[in-house]
Design a protein around this ligand. Sequence first.
Ligand SMILES: [Zn+2]
Length: 111
Amino acid sequence: MAALRRRLEAERSRLQAEVGRLSLESGRVGYGNHMADDASDVFEQAKNLTLRRHLENLLAEVNEALHRLDHGNHGICQMCGGAIDAARLQAVPYASLCLRCKVHSEGRGSG
Ligand SMILES: [Zn+2]
């Protein structure tokens, strides 16, 4: 599980850097001196915000995965309690649900 932790920690650093970068960028929006850029600035800002929320959600998931790793229950589905497939953990190291439950929860549209 040491390799998994390293991957999660690397992912966490990457996401934190990315969120920080987007925060800086959205902070700059509105200070441009070209009127014509305003509309695209607003569009960019909305896009940045959506991306930032997505990254923040991912970051929360990565943090939760590291927390589970600390408690020795990472790789266990949080919904059905079954083991999460190793291949799935390879692809998504912060996965908290097995594929079946993931599909099920997305099917309900709960987000
Ligand atoms: Zn499950």
